[in-house]
Design a protein around this ligand. Structure first.
Ligand code: NDP
Length: 272
């Protein structure tokens, strides 16, 4: 019987998940379908129930349902509990088990694909939304030396630090308080989705090994342009993170980890 998977979100017109999971399935000759389900914004739970009742085995979750997915789950893994959001659910005997692979995907992309070590590094996250929350635990586990979260609304960054402070060196600030360089600088805000720049002072990129924009498919964003002009050695966007988190989901659902390299290559838009 054909196994059924899906991604839930709204809107979903630009989702790359069916392409990625279709490519993974072909690597193993797996018989599965991966659908897009654009649930009404107030109808996520009902749409999930219908999917499960129809035999759905697992699903990804994107904006705006990640927090609701965490709340809806019968069981949640640590990353979900800590960040309060889930991007991946497995259905087992009708029960929903929630995971969040965004952070693991980001760490894998940086260490395995880009080849930059995280251990001992000074890391700046610009932004304090769901993506930053999801990324932090795997970063602390990978041994980051110091993590600074800068956000327009500083209180949101402080909230995250209160939650995760006991797990490592992590502090919050506003953009105007950044006065030194970092080894890795992330744009984890949604500014690149609208083409907006960020008030990150150029000094933040002094000596930077990597500037990474979590947005993907946007070319050289204002953030990446600023990073390049300010001396960052290497630039990357979030396409590798997207494919790596999808591979984690596929492996969790189906017990086999696909090869991500050809899919990342096919989806990469050169930044230069
Ligand atoms: P959220 O909506 O949860 O958070 C948005 C963040 O962006 C907040 O910190 C907000 O600041 C900040 N922000 C938005 N606009 C501006 C601006 N003009 N200037 C300064 N700060 C701004 O978004 P997510 O965390 O879910 O997503 C963030 C980014 O990560 C998006 O680009 C998304 O596409 C990408 N992403 C990529 C993934 C991948 O696989 N590559 C996976 C998940 C996300 P404030 O709190 O002050 O409002």
């Amino acid at each position: 019987m054909t196994d059924r998977y899906a991604v839930f979100g709204n809107p979903l017109s630009h989702t790359k998940s069916p392409f990625i999971h279709g490519a993974f399935a072909r690597q193993f000759g797996d018989d599965l379908i991966y659908e897009t389900i654009e649930a009404p914004v107030d109808g996520f739970a009902a749409a999930v129930r219908a999917f499960v009742d129809a035999g759905g085995k697992g699903f990804n979750v994107t904006v705006p349902f990640k927090v609701e997915a965490a709340d809806l789950a019968d069981e949640a893994h640590e990353a979900v509990v800590l960040c309060g959001a889930s991007n991946c659910v497995k259905v087992e005997d009708g029960r929903l088990i929630a995971e969040n692979f965004d952070g693991v995907g980001l760490v894998r992309d940086i260490v395995s694909n880009i080849g930059v070590e995280i251990k001992g590094r000074r890391v700046l996250f610009a932004g304090a939304g769901g993506a930053t929350r999801g990324a932090l635990v795997p970063f602390l586990e990978a041994g980051a030396g110091e993590i600074v979260i800068a956000n327009r609304t500083v209180s949101k960054a402080e909230e995250i630090c209160e939650l995760l402070g006991p797990r490592g060196s992590i502090r919050a600030c506003g953009y105007d308080a950044i006065n030194g360089g970092f080894d890795i600088v992330f744009n984890s805000t949604s500014a690149s989705l609208t083409g907006a720049g960020l008030p990150i002072p150029p000094v933040a990129f002094q000596g930077a090994l990597l500037a990474y924009d979590l947005a993907y498919g946007k070319g050289k964003t204002p953030f990446l342009t600023l990073a390049e002009q300010s001396g960052a050695a290497r630039l990357a966007d979030g396409v590798g993170m997207l494919v790596e988190q999808a591979a984690e989901a596929f492996a969790w659902w189906r017990g086999r980890r696909p090869n991500t390299a050809p899919i990342i290559k096919a989806m990469t838009i050169p930044l230069k």
